[in-house]
Design a protein around this ligand. Structure first.
Ligand SMILES: *[C@@H]1O[C@H](CO)[C@@H](O)[C@H](O)[C@H]1NC(C)=O
Ligand SMILES: *[C@@H]1O[C@H](CO)[C@@H](O)[C@H](O)[C@H]1NC(C)=O
Ligand SMILES: *[C@@H]1O[C@H](CO)[C@@H](O)[C@H](O)[C@H]1NC(C)=O
Ligand SMILES: *[C@@H]1O[C@H](CO)[C@@H](O)[C@H](O)[C@H]1NC(C)=O
Ligand SMILES: *[C@@H]1O[C@H](CO)[C@@H](O)[C@H](O)[C@H]1NC(C)=O
Ligand SMILES: *[C@@H]1O[C@H](CO)[C@@H](O)[C@H](O)[C@H]1NC(C)=O
Ligand SMILES: *[C@@H]1O[C@H](CO)[C@@H](O)[C@H](O)[C@H]1NC(C)=O
Ligand SMILES: *[C@@H]1O[C@H](CO)[C@@H](O)[C@H](O)[C@H]1NC(C)=O
Ligand SMILES: *[C@@H]1O[C@H](CO)[C@@H](O)[C@H](O)[C@H]1NC(C)=O
Length: 878
């Protein structure tokens, strides 16, 4: 990875007086508990929990019930300190700053025993002037206060009305009043995560010393001038001019590959100065744009900026520039009372396919670039193009966005406010303003970020009065909402970045919400904006329960992670669905019961006499049900792309909840903690394929839509096969004439009464299943999709399949040649803890033989795979 541009150091000037020096304070610090009973070394960046774990003073915090046993850590007030000598003569510098890229969270900062400031916002960057106190030998000390105690105190001393919710639901076993502290909101617990309110220095910290003038940061935004038909680059740099006289010089900006170079004269007055430059990109050269994954390349160009300031001060920076435009289109739709809600990238309407991102760990120091790369590669491997960075977590680290740029993952970026009302006292508001300015500046040069969104679900929370505030007080809370999200966050964003859309909340009605005074009566309307939709009670096989929305930015179902993942944090007595552990890890009210309820609608529940067998079978079944439910819902959104029915439709986004897990527990995720793919993630790879046939039934007629995400029309034929559960030979096969599926559309390809199909196969609903696919010239163009004609608990003729695998190595991958003795639904290949993924998994096996590949994420062998390999299919549970 290239180093992040903001961390690049200025090159020292040739003149003796000019230039800058930087001294990193990363590495080992000393950590002390509140009463001094514990003293230990700890890494920075890092946190107290990680330091205690690394010193062997605690176990893995994720093990069994340790989240509760280690509560004392976050209730104590810890102190971080470090003594150091600056390896250069500090007296020669006009200005010396102590810079923290991130402090978690509430602390008093002392430098050489003098209080130099305070921190109270994990998402801010702090720069303290230590020019007057710096010496040859220095000490820096951060006296943290427990964020949990701080939040409680703030809520008690808050003047005026209450700011609910006070505490999370008891099932979350979390901490209270998280909305009073600007810290990762889910660190006080969530319905999929534990409470680990960390303390520590979680990002880079350093000393910076300079003379004359210092470049604080620079950012840039490509802008397409529609009239001139040319690209411009707006470049903003910020200087601290410490010279008493103005500093003159020039800036040379170059993008060699675009044969573009420009020189600007600048003169900087003393003080903090912002310089805005406009670079016109050479029109003679074709600029290749950045595209989302699946729509083109992620072309970027190297840019260099050289600041040549008088006095011999040269500062050189380089960065990758990507050109793309983004528009959020909200315009009238014929035959509908509402407005569209879709994104155009480089002028092309793009369906957003993907999921929602939560923090990858409770302890951010464990989120290495390998962890990020693995998760984000899995996103594009599943044919997704979008992640929503959800507002209850963190603004992700630079490398996250760099990887999204490189991989073509569009980011819907929430601001970090979720499922709560928030205070609006002046201190809080000022802190938020700094936070938002800091994050927008840090992230706005990334093409992957396509939208800013003010919060998660807080518009809905107000309009539906989730927190049961007195109706007479409601206007006060709406006023607070406008104060925080409109007058503060929106205003701060627009002042710094107007190159991408801003919406106030998710879900929201967008333009309609604004028209209604920022809080809509019904933010979940299908006619406007985006929706979040959850329903665990209704039968998820019935597509009529899903909202025909413009954009579904959250929806999903829970499942349990695989046994190999749970095994790492549990012991034998935990391995049953009813164990204390299984209840402890479930943070969603009635979550385990809801999973069994949904499973019971179409499947027989496991009932082996061996409790561990039943546990493993239940895990498998919850993954089957989750995958099947999210498939049904996603396919409904995909096929609603081009049509308007009763004013609803034109769906242009499907982001299921949620991509990843923060720990090993049941959740809505499709990737387990550690990165292992659940069955849903393999399903997503299929249902997000660029060309997909979607089948469904309405009044006993079977329909197939062809859904295309391609840029050109495609001629295809559709094959529909009737398979009996009892036979590996199809009973009947229908091949349609050629169809054209227009680029970027969903169109009806086929309809036939189920009774006709059954007659063709001389079959019944219980005895048969439909499989169908798109092809051209005998070449398969889509995944093979299927449609069940009855609940699988009523399926007749379904036999236990004997599935065997012959494993061989082929280059870096391993090939599994599978053979089955019978038709098998939901065939699940599992190699336990061997890291890696299969080319396909969780599939319906209707043919005798099938070949899949396994791509390992680390060293492994044929022997290890043979030993750990297990295969399950549905009838094994019966
Ligand atoms: C110091 O604090 C720890 C953790 O809160 C507590 O367990 C211990 O009893 C305290 N020790 C003293 C001497 O107060
Ligand atoms: C932590 O600091 C707060 C505020 O100063 C104080 O009320 C609390 O007693 C301290 N807790 C411990 C365990 O020292
Ligand atoms: C810091 O100040 C405290 C009290 O003000 C004093 O006891 C201590 O010796 C000082 N430490 C240093 C390193 O100057
Ligand atoms: C673009 O091409 C024209 C014609 O060849 C030339 O006159 C002009 O200087 C070129 N512009 C740039 C910026 O290179
Ligand atoms: C993407 O890049 C590849 C390799 O450089 C090139 O062959 C292809 O034409 C590019 N595609 C587009 C759409 O520009
Ligand atoms: C762009 O910069 C990167 C990193 O410095 C370098 O590896 C690459 O070769 C450069 N590309 C071009 C076309 O100069
Ligand atoms: C609602 O208002 C009534 C009357 O003013 C008051 O007694 C009650 O405590 C309020 N409830 C809440 C939740 O604020
Ligand atoms: C249709 O299936 C039934 C039941 O399996 C069987 O008895 C009957 O012979 C079949 N009829 C034909 C025409 O194949
Ligand atoms: C499964 O099939 C394999 C290979 O055909 C055979 O060796 C094995 O005995 C079969 N197992 C069962 C339980 O039928």
């Amino acid at each position: 990875m290239r180093p992040h541009l903001l961390l690049l150091l200025a090159v020292c000037g040739a003149g003796s007086a000019a230039g800058a020096r930087s001294y990193s304070l990363r590495g080992s610090w000393s950590i002390r508990s509140g009463n001094g009973s514990l003293e230990l070394p700890g890494a920075v960046p890092g946190c107290v929990h990680s330091a205690l774990f690394q010193q062997g003073l605690i176990q893995d915090p994720y093990y069994r019930f340790n989240d509760l046993d280690y509560r004392w850590i976050s209730l104590d007030n810890w102190t971080y300190s470090k003594k150091f000598q600056i390896p250069f003569d500090f007296s020669k510098w006009q200005k010396v700053n102590l810079i923290f890229e991130g402090v978690d969270t509430v602390s008093e900062v002392l430098f050489n025993n003098v209080t130099i400031g305070k921190t109270d916002n994990m998402f801010n960057r702090y720069s303290f002037d230590v020019t007057g106190v710096v010496a040859a030998t220095n000490s820096v000390e951060l006296r943290f206060q427990s964020a949990v105690l701080y939040a409680g105190q703030r809520s008690r001393t808050h003047a005026g009305h209450a700011v609910p919710p006070a505490c999370p639901p008891p099932v979350q076993r979390g901490e209270c009043h998280v909305n009073f502290v600007r810290k990762e909101q889910c660190s006080f617990s969530w319905d999929w995560g534990p409470a680990f309110p960390t303390q520590g220095i979680w990002k880079d910290v350093r000393i910076e010393a300079y003379n004359i003038c210092h470049l604080n940061y620079f950012t840039f935004s490509p802008i397409y001038d529609n009239r001139a038909k040319e690209w411009q680059l707006e470049i903003q740099s910020s200087f601290d001019v410490v010279s008493s006289k103005p500093v003159g010089g020039q800036v040379i900006v170059a993008i060699p590959e675009l044969q573009t170079q420009q020189t600007y004269k600048i003169e900087l007055q003393p003080g903090e100065r912002i310089v805005n430059l406009f670079l016109e990109i050479n029109k003679n050269i074709t600029v290749r744009t950045w595209w989302p994954h699946g729509h083109g390349n992620q072309t970027g160009y190297n840019m260099t900026i050289l600041f040549e300031l008088h006095g011999g001060l040269n500062i050189e920076k380089s960065a990758k520039v990507y050109f793309r435009t983004v528009e959020l289109i909200q315009e009238p739709i014929q035959g509908s009372p509402g407005l569209s809600f879709y994104f155009k990238i480089n002028g092309l309407p793009v369906f957003l396919k993907g999921s929602n991102w939560i923090p990858a760990d409770s302890f951010q120091d464990r989120v290495t670039s390998d962890v990020l790369r693995l998760l984000l590669q899995s996103v594009v491997d599943a044919n997704m193009n979008t992640l929503r960075v959800w507002g209850g977590g963190i603004y992700e680290q630079d490398e996250f966005y760099e990887l999204c740029d490189e991989l073509g993952i569009m980011v819907w970026q929430d601001f970090m406010f979720a499922c709560a009302l928030y205070p609006t006292d002046p201190g809080f508001m000022e802190s938020v303003r700094a936070e938002v300015a800091n994050q927008v500046r840090r992230l706005k040069s990334h093409p992957s970020v396509i939208i800013w969104s003010g919060n998660n679900e807080n518009e809905a929370a107000l309009s539906m009065n989730w927190f049961h505030v007195n109706v007479t007080d409601l206007q006060t809370y709406i006023d607070d909402y406008v104060t925080l999200y409109v007058k503060n966050i929106r205003e701060t964003v627009l002042a710094s970045d107007q190159t991408r859309p801003f919406i106030l909340s998710s879900p929201t009605n967008g333009a309609e919400t604004i028209a209604e005074g920022w809080v809509s009566k019904d933010p979940l309307s299908n006619y406007f904006g985006d929706v979040h939709f959850y329903d665990y009670v209704s039968d998820c096989w019935n597509w009529k329960v899903f909202p025909k929305a413009r954009f579904a930015s959250e929806y999903g179902y829970q499942s349990w992670p695989s046994f190999s993942t749970l095994e790492k944090v549990s012991s034998k007595e935990d391995w049953s669905f009813k164990s204390k552990f299984s209840r402890h890890r479930q943070h969603h009210v009635d979550g385990n019961e809801q999973m069994l309820h949904q499973a019971g609608l179409h499947f027989r529940l496991p009932q082996s006499t061996d409790p561990v067998r039943t546990f493993k079978d239940t895990i498998y079944l919850t993954q089957v049900v989750q995958a099947q439910c999210v498939k049904a819902e996603t396919e409904f959104y995909l096929r609603s792309r081009s049509e308007v029915v009763a004013g609803q439709g034109r769906t242009m986004g499907a982001l299921y909840w949620q991509l990843n897990d923060i720990w090993q527990a049941p959740s809505w995720a499709s990737l387990e903690y550690g990165g292992k793919w659940k069955m849903l993630h393999y399903f997503a790879r299929r249902f997000f394929a660029p060309l997909l046939p979607v089948g469904f039934e309405d009044q006993s007629v079977f329909y197939v839509y062809g859904v295309s995400d391609l840029h050109s029309d495609r001629t295809v034929t559709l094959t529909v096969r009737v398979h009996a559960w009892s036979s590996l030979q199809p009973l009947c096969s229908r091949v349609t004439k050629c169809f054209v599926i227009p680029a970027g559309q969903a169109v009806l390809l086929y309809k036939e009464p189920v009774s006709t199909l059954l007659r063709c196969g001389n079959c019944t609903r219980e005895r048969c299943v439909l499989a169908f696919y798109l092809s051209a010239d005998l070449k398969l163009l889509s995944p093979v999709n299927y449609h069940f004609l009855s609940s699988l608990k009523e399926a007749s003729g379904l036999r236990k399949a004997n599935i065997t695998a012959t494993i061989s190595q082929q280059g870096d991958a391993f090939v599994f040649d599978l053979e089955t003795s019978a038709v098998a639904p939901f065939v699940w290949l599992d190699v336990g803890s061997v890291p890696g993924r299969f080319s396909d998994n969780g599939f319906l096996m209707t043919e005798k033989a099938r070949r899949v590949s396994f791509y390992p994420w680390g060293p492994t062998s044929k022997g290890e795979l043979e030993q750990s390999f297990q295969v399950t299919s549905l009838a094994d549970l019966y």
